[in-house]
Design a protein around this ligand. Structure first.
Ligand SMILES: Nc1ncnc2c1ncn2[C@@H]1O[C@H](COP(=O)(O)OP(=O)(O)OP(=O)(O)O)[C@@H](O)[C@H]1O
Length: 297
């Protein structure tokens, strides 16, 4: 359907009435609502703002988020979508794929690859400013990663379609253990986590992610070809961050923030290493459920 007609009918269309980047909104939300992730926050704001403010980008934006479960990878992705698309994650220009759900059968890889390529092409043909989210990227079959490679590169066109305005975000737990180790070493040395620099993690993460034969990344040339613009590490969350997550969840539910509730829920989470109990092993992931349970009583 023509974009003008879609707009006239009040349907979402691929134009600046529906797609318009609010960099201040993203900056404020990252600052106020993403806890304990100074590296991710800085890298994402810089990468996304730089890309979306550039008139003629030479390649699509490709971000790869790494870290332990529940540390904010999906949460931040949702923030990016909310500040770019009026419909946020509900936008028909936001596409979310989960490796273990959508590509379950290894023997169908060739078929999946063809479908995936058609699907990316079709979506970008309908709207150049499309956002593709690949969850569990480390579990994606190398054949499929190979399949999406041409779209991540700086080609002018691939089969008559330009992918230069698209955004690809990959999520994975790969590298999480190494990131956790660096964070724990800082903690053991009595240093602030905010002192951790990207350079402290790069070597550790790349060793873990790219040398792991289980990782789909390892098998493909996605790395050596520099197709990923930014590797973004997510640090493990501490007790104080979990407390903040509980407070935030209470606010979202319109409940008064009761510090007893905050402590009870935060203490219910499990922390590692077992002895020191520094980091939440599920980040803030099950805070919502724990709170449901607690508030029911
Ligand atoms: N750093 C954080 N700051 C604030 N809230 C957070 C943070 N991390 C997680 N949360 C909360 O926990 C929920 C679950 O986190 P999220 O889905 O982003 O985890 P994830 O890193 O994508 O995990 P997984 O690897 O298991 O998919 C979020 O919806 C959010 O409410």
């Amino acid at each position: 359907m023509f974009e003008g007609l879609r707009s006239y009918l009040g349907m979402e269309s691929c134009d600046n009435q529906w797609i318009s980047f609010n960099s201040t909104g993203l900056e404020v939300e990252l600052k106020e609502k993403l806890f304990g992730q100074h590296l991710a926050s800085h890298a994402i704001l810089k990468a996304v703002t730089g890309f979306l403010n550039r008139e003629n980008s030479k390649k699509p934006l490709v971000l790869s988020f790494h870290g332990w479960s529940g540390t904010g990878k999906n949460y931040v992705t949702k923030m990016i979508a909310n500040h770019l698309y009026r419909e946020g994650m509900r936008s028909s220009f936001v596409h979310h794929l989960i490796a273990t759900i959508h590509f379950l059968h290894v023997d169908r890889t060739d078929l999946y690859k063809e479908q995936l390529q058609q699907w990316i092409k079709g979506n970008v043909s309908s709207c150049a400013r499309s956002l593709f989210i690949f969850d569990e990227m480390d579990k994606l079959h190398p054949g499929l990663i190979d399949g999406i490679k041409p779209y991540l590169d700086s080609h002018d066109h691939v089969d008559g379609v330009s992918y230069r305005q698209a955004i690809f975000i990959f999520h994975s737990n790969a590298g999480g253990e190494k990131i956790n180790k660096v964070a724990l070493d800082f903690w053991n040395d009595g240093r602030q986590r905010e002192e951790i620099q990207l350079s402290d993690l790069e070597a550790a993460v790349s060793l873990d992610v790219f040398n792991s034969k289980q990782s789909g990344f390892w098998h493909t040339s996605i790395i050596d070809k520099n197709l990923v613009d930014f590797f973004v590490p997510f640090l493990p969350l501490e007790y104080k961050h979990v407390q903040k997550c509980v407070r935030e969840e209470l606010k979202v539910r319109g409940k008064a923030v009761n510090e007893d509730t905050v402590s009870v829920v935060a203490k219910e989470m499990t922390y590692f290493p077992k002895q020191e109990r520094v980091f939440s092993d599920k980040g803030c992931k099950i805070v919502e459920k724990k709170l449901d349970y607690y508030l029911e009583d």
